[in-house]
Design a protein around this ligand. Structure first.
Ligand code: PAF
Length: 279
C-alpha cells in the first residue's frame, strides 16, 4: 500500500492508474478502523481496480471540541489493517493540507439538515459535505462507498452528488455488527464492558420495531420503542423515528407501502450511538 500525505503526491500515485483507464473506488474514513470500514474496503475492491482509503479526522464536522479531541487516532494500527485489507492507496492529509484559514462553505441541504442528526448536530452535515467535496476532488473516484449505519449521512452525500452533478456513483453498504448486534463504530471503544452490553438494546429494539411493523401504527411503534429503550438500564434516548428511506421525510400511515427506515440516537456511558434498520 502506498501512502500520500498531500494532494500532489496523491495525484502522482493515481496518475498511472488513470492513464490506464482503471476504475477507482474510494472509502473515506476518519480512522479508528473496525470491521465495518474493512467491509467497505472489501466492497470497494470488488467494484474497482484501485482502492483509495482516506483517514482524516475532519474538524469541521464536530460540534463538540471535546469530541474532536477525544476522537481515537490509532494510525499505525489503521495502516496495518488497510494493508491487510489490500487497500492500494492511503490518503492521510493534515488539516492544513485540506483547509485554508477561515474557509467558508455552505451547501443547501434542504430538510436533510433540519431533521434527526441534522437537528441534533447543527452544522455537522455542512462539515461532512465540505470535506467530502474536497476529498472527491482530490481522489476523483468513480465510486465512493459508505456504510448504512450513517444512513442520513448517505442521503446527504447523495443530495450533494446530485445537486453538484459530481461524476461518481455512491454505494451504500450494509452495517457490520458485533456479535450482540451493536453496530460497529469507532466510538464503541469508549464504552465500558457494561455499556457495550447495555447498548445492544438498540439493535434489539430496532428489530422489534421491524417485527411489529404490521401489528401497530407507526406512532405506537415509535412510542413503544422509546419506552423499551428508556426502560433499559443505562440508556438515554435522543430520538427514535420512522422515515421514508427515499425522501428521508417522517413517515405517516400513508407511507406504509414505501421503503421505511427506523432510526435512533441514544446515549450510553456518555457516548452517543446511532443506528437504523430498513423495515
Ligand atoms: O463517516 C465518516 O467517517 C465521516 O463522516 C466521513 C464520511 C469520512 C467524512 O469525514
Amino acid at each position: 500500500m502506498e501512502i500520500a500525505y498531500t494532494k500532489v503526491s496523491l495525484q502522482r500515485l493515481l496518475e498511472p492508474h488513470r492513464r490506464r483507464g482503471r476504475h477507482i473506488a474510494f472509502v473515506p474514513t476518519m480512522g479508528a478502523l473496525h470491521d465495518g470500514h474493512l467491509a467497505l474496503v472489501d466492497h470497494a475492491r470488488q467494484l474497482a481496480d484501485v482502492v483509495v482509503c482516506s483517514i482524516f479526522v475532519n474538524p469541521t464536522q464536530f460540534n463538540d471540541p471535546k469530541d474532536l479531541e477525544k476522537y481515537p487516532r490509532p494510525l499505525e494500527h489503521d495502516t496495518k489493517l488497510l494493508q491487510q485489507a489490500h487497500c492500494d492507496i492511503l490518503f492521510h492529509p493534515t488539516v492544513d493540507e485540506m483547509y485554508e484559514a477561515n474557509e467558508q462553505w455552505y451547501l443547501d441541504l434542504g430538510h436533510l439538515e433540519r431533521v434527526l442528526e441534522g437537528l441534533h448536530r447543527p452544522g455537522h452535515f455542512q462539515g461532512v459535505t465540505q470535506i467530502l467535496h474536497k476529498l472527491f476532488d482530490a481522489v476523483q473516484p468513480h465510486i465512493a462507498c459508505f456504510g448504512q449505519k450513517d444512513f442520513q449521512q448517505y442521503k446527504v452525500v447523495e443530495h450533494m452528488v446530485n445537486q453538484l452533478e459530481l461524476p461518481l456513483t455512491l454505494e451504500l453498504c450494509p452495517t457490520v455488527r458485533e456479535s450482540g448486534g451493536l453496530a460497529m463504530s469507532s466510538r464503541n471503544v469508549r464504552l465500558s464492558a457494561t455499556g457495550r452490553e447495555q447498548a445492544q438494546q438498540l439493535h434489539k429494539t430496532l428489530q422489534q420495531t421491524k417485527a411489529d411493523l404490521h401489528r401497530k401504527t407507526l406512532d405506537s411503534l415509535c412510542t413503544d420503542a422509546i419506552k423499551a429503550l428508556e426502560g433499559s438500564p443505562g440508556i438515554e434516548v435522543e430520538y427514535f423515528a420512522i422515515f421514508r428511506a427515499d425522501t428521508f421525510t417522517a413517515a405517516d400511515e400513508s407511507a406504509r407501502n414505501e421503503q421505511l427506515v427506523a432510526l435512533a440516537a441514544i446515549w450510553v456511558d456518555g457516548v452517543r450511538l446511532i443506528d437504523n434498520l430498513l423495515l
